[in-house]
Design a protein around this ligand. Sequence first.
Ligand SMILES: [Fe+2]
Length: 487
Amino acid sequence: MADFSRTHPLSGFFAPTRFEADVIDCVVTGAIPSELDGAFYRMHGDWIYAPKFTDEPSLSADGYISMLRFRDGSVDYRGRYVKTDRYLRQVAARKQLYGYYRNPYSDDPEVRDIARPNLRTAANTTPVVLAGKLYATKEEGLPYEIDPNTLETRGPSDFLGSWPSLTFTAHPKFDFFTGETVAYGYESTGLATNDVHVAAFDRTGRVTWSLDFQVPYASMLHDMALTKDFVVIPGGGTVTSLERLEAGRPHWAWDSKRPSYYAIIPRGGRTEDVRIFEGPERSIVHTANAWNDGEKLVLDAPIADGNTWPWFEDVDGGAFAMNIFTIRRITFDLRSNSNKPTEDVLFDRDVTSFTRIDDRFLTRPNRYIWVQYADPDRPFHAALPEDPRVRPVNCYGRFDLVSGTDLAWFAGPDHVLQEPLFVPRTPHADEGDGYLIGTMHNLVELRTEIVILDAMKMLEIGRVILPFRNPYQVHGTWAGPRDLALT
Ligand SMILES: [Fe+2]
């Protein structure tokens, strides 16, 4: 019997919902642009059974994928659990079987598999489109292929045997200029290893290049960036070890004495060509973009001076204090023998780590970055549960790297916002000419809404009203009929 009375991963509005749904022709306000033809896929975690431990960091909630199919000015909704091995085993046993995030030592004996920790993935992070297929991803395991129309789970994929890593990132990058997708897996050969596997896929999904290398120490490598000539993988601060895992603790802790690091990997290069740059203690979760001009490489990302993970205990026992993300630029001089990059703050506003750009400009200089953030000077009327993630994130901002200005859209005093994404008005529209689409939660009406803004003017055009609430979204992806065989 499901029992959430002793462990509340998230309560109130953000409690698990545990149902699948279809809504035909959703209620909308305003107008849905008829040129929006495609699907907004979203992923969130939705516990089918309560976590074993009260301090479980909620990163292992069961993966759930939904789609909002935009067509001819109307929208259909569909939501399904990702039928992972983890989900199916729990449902068969009718109880929770898995322990701490990325720690199989804390699992029930019947599912414990130390050598294959990737089998326990919750697949709850990002819907990824790769070579005409849709995947539910999470960095702890292989991606699960999903039918793009029915959202049925087709099963885990190692890309026809071409992906030797145990793990696959939730944030591969697509290069619009070459049609390549570059991806990586870390802890690629086993728990707490320093091993990283990197590879490029062509438009057909064939692996055209790969290499393996080692990072200075095993750390969460959540996101990457891609330039015309290089792959950039930042890491640091988060630490793990087999001893820690064998002791039954959650996978990650935070060590403020450890440097940040950046692996710079030439695209098409060899293991011996990989360079590691090191910086001071930093938290980097997501990247915005990167580009290189010859031997000068820049990475733009939300970066904080220290720990931003409330659930990752300090190795020295220090109390958690939230560090602030600001959008910064890290510059690497690849001609220099120094392994120290420089860092500049581009915007000093406190933002979340969820930045998006016009993805057609990934790998090349871009002008705009969109990000959601909490503006404490705006009114907020709704009640929020006691969870450090549940700040009233109430604004979408468009940050202009050329003018140095930001333009905000305020969601109102009863809403909190999730990561948006950008859809160009037409395939050849100018950078930023299009729509910003984002999920927001109406805490008064207890429902989730999808808002569509003019991405340049930052003004609302229309809104989709769902007749229920969704738990926290992690990431979303837009796909059109050219990307997937949508019906
Ligand atoms: Fe992410």
